[in-house]
Design a protein around this ligand. Structure first.
Ligand SMILES: Cc1cc2nc3c(=O)[nH]c(=O)nc-3n(C[C@H](O)[C@H](O)[C@H](O)COP(=O)(O)OP(=O)(O)OC[C@H]3O[C@@H](n4cnc5c(N)ncnc54)[C@H](O)[C@@H]3O)c2cc1C
Length: 280
């Protein structure tokens, strides 16, 4: 039997995380409830952070937007402060599951879940987003690119919780696309996904986040040389993505099928951003 704690302040929550063994932060509960029903999640203590002020805030900053961990995926999809900071982030959150899940699930719980198939991490990686982790030891910011360590392993330590995610503003001249392919139903978990962002500069940087294609979310990037044709860019993207694609078999597909679909997702994403760049 688990004990549910309902701290009123962040300090109280961090104190509980420090003091108690075998604790889990309770966000939206969509993942936790399923794992409990499946009989595979046992923990002594849940820390329900729902009463702590400020954790649902969406705060525009000079360089982007910072969101509290309890902001829902549905808000990420629809809130104008998110949409104006990053169309790619908003459109990626819009592709998670269905409205019922998106209304309940939180941004903090989503990334802390650490599942290799999650959609939002692919976009957070290419957008240079950072995750704020807090404990009684202090606060640290971790790049989304470094947050996902291995299969079901993230940077969150047992005494830490996610207290915010910062998404830098998507450059106005950047082009982004999120492509997701599911094999069982349209709004099911993906068997391959790719977020692609082209960021013009001295050289245009092409960034790719890969979902469901390895034991954890993966990131690759390269500079587009001025003399590269669109097909050259697609070929280079497929080459570099291939170094990161290392699928695990699950009910949504075998290794070869997912690897093939991953290449299709990358190609479709790169085609979409090149088309957008060429029309600016
Ligand atoms: C039917 C269904 C379909 C789905 N399809 C998709 C999909 O297509 N794409 C996709 O990306 N996701 C999908 N999901 C997963 C969904 O995105 C996650 O269940 C959800 O994002 C988890 O968020 P939550 O707030 O409910 O987390 P919770 O269930 O509350 O927690 C999940 C984990 O995160 C930890 N946690 C929660 N908040 C914090 C915090 N602030 N700090 C530290 N740790 C924390 C918990 O301790 C737990 O380990 C699907 C889920 C369901 C139920």
């Amino acid at each position: 039997m688990s004990t549910i704690h309902t701290p009123d302040t962040l300090e109280e929550a961090l104190g509980l995380l420090d003091k108690l063994e075998d604790t889990m932060v309770y966000g939206g509960g969509t993942a936790i409830q399923i794992l409990i029903k499946q009989g595979i999640l046992f923990t002594d203590h849940f820390i329900d952070i729902g009463a702590i002020p400020g954790l649902r805030d969406i705060t525009p900053t000079p360089d982007g937007v910072t969101v509290g961990p309890l902001v829902s995926l549905r808000q990420m999809e629809r809130d104008t402060r998110i949409v104006s900071a990053s169309a790619l982030a908003a459109s990626t959150y819009a592709k998670v599951a269905n409205p019922r899940v998106r209304n309940t699930a939180s941004v903090g719980g989503n990334i802390a879940h650490g599942d290799y198939r999650l959609d939002p991490p692919t976009a957070l990686m290419v957008l240079d987003a950072t995750v704020q982790l807090s404990s009684i030891r202090g606060t640290r910011d971790v790049y989304a690119r470094e947050f996902f360590v291995d299969f079901q392993v993230t940077e969150v330590q047992p005494d830490e919780m996610i207290t915010g995610i910062h998404i830098p503003r998507q450059p106005a001249d950047a082009a982004g696309a999120f492509v997701k392919y599911s094999s069982l139903a349209e709004n099911d978990w993906p068997c391959a996904s790719a977020a692609v962002l082209a960021v013009p500069g001295e050289f245009t940087e092409l960034r790719i986040g890969l979902g469901a294609l390895a034991p954890t979310t993966r990131y690759v990037a390269f500079d587009i040389e001025p003399d590269m044709s669109d097909q050259d860019v697609i070929d280079a993207a497929l080459d570099i993505a291939s170094t990161a694609i290392d699928p695990i078999e699950d009910i949504r597909g075998g290794v070869a099928y997912k690897a093939r679909l991953g290449r299709v997702a990358v190609e479709d994403g790169v085609r979409a951003v090149m088309k957008e760049l060429n029309h600016v």
